[in-house]
Design a protein around this ligand. Sequence first.
Ligand SMILES: C[S@@+](CC[C@H](N)C(=O)[O-])C[C@H]1O[C@@H](n2cnc3c(N)ncnc32)[C@H](O)[C@@H]1O
Length: 315
Amino acid sequence: MTYGHTPVLLAEAITYLGVKEKRDGVWVDATLGLGGHSEAILKELNPEGRLISLDRDAESLALAKERLSGYKNFMAIKTEFSGIASALAQIGITQVDGVLYDYGVSSLHFDRAERGFSFAQEAPLDMRMDRESTLTAYDIVNSYRKEDLERVILKYGEDYKFRKIAYAIIKNRPIKTTTQLAEIIRKARSGGKPEKIHPATRVFQGIRIEVNAELKEIEESLGAAFKILKLGGRITAITFHSLEDRIVKRFFNYEATDCVCENKRMPCNCQHKAGLKVLTRKPVEAGEEEVRSNPRARSAKLRAAEKIGEAVVEK
Ligand SMILES: C[S@@+](CC[C@H](N)C(=O)[O-])C[C@H]1O[C@@H](n2cnc3c(N)ncnc32)[C@H](O)[C@@H]1O
């Protein structure tokens, strides 16, 4: 069976996690997806090593479980990755050697039209990674107030025509399908400079981020992962747009700083001690060959950090 998602920066992720140096370690893939990165980790482990992989999408979990069913030291858990610590505690794990994140959606989400992530085919407005969660793209498009729609389009979609687009959406309610929405956005944005991407791409990204609370999830999970890392353990994160990358970069830099006092001229009273060492001063990006064979890799950025201390004393 082939799995329709090509993992990005695969070799780099394994190297920065340091799996080959701790083949008997306890590893977490917080974004299992279709299991590409997980499989590569499992191939490096010896029988004492363990991999626990998380995903909130039941469909991905089922496919990945089937793919990796031959590995006895593998376990998959359905959870949001912000719940990483409690999910692991439930199976008796309180410390880990490394956590991998490969954020965003997988090819499965786009390929399954009925999931409503893509405007390439007509489908209901959904976009939930976890189909048991309640908020859908339909709710946002058809019931958000103007100010909230504008916020989603600008803040998460980074589309500066947010006012025109929000106005057009409200005027055309009810909007039922992905293609209907894409057409309304296209018309609202018409007249500007031609762009390389489809005019609805950014708005769809913004709605998806809102539906899945993606940025809040990333922030909360990084903090939780840092706490359960062993000394010398690593976090490796692959991001696909600047909103994700900024959160990872800021988190790493903050935790890698001894003093986080706002006024550096005053004697330090924050008592913050660096708990991480950043391993990637600049993010690692895919080479030309990888981008050619997997266009998704074009925007990928990998950052990694190693735990060097426990002390995190907030002001
Ligand atoms: C880019 S895909 C991962 C692909 C995977 N590395 C592979 O090689 O197949 C991201 C996966 O993370 C999951 N995901 C995204 N945000 C999540 C969250 N907050 N909690 C749990 N899973 C999440 C998605 O459902 C998706 O399956």
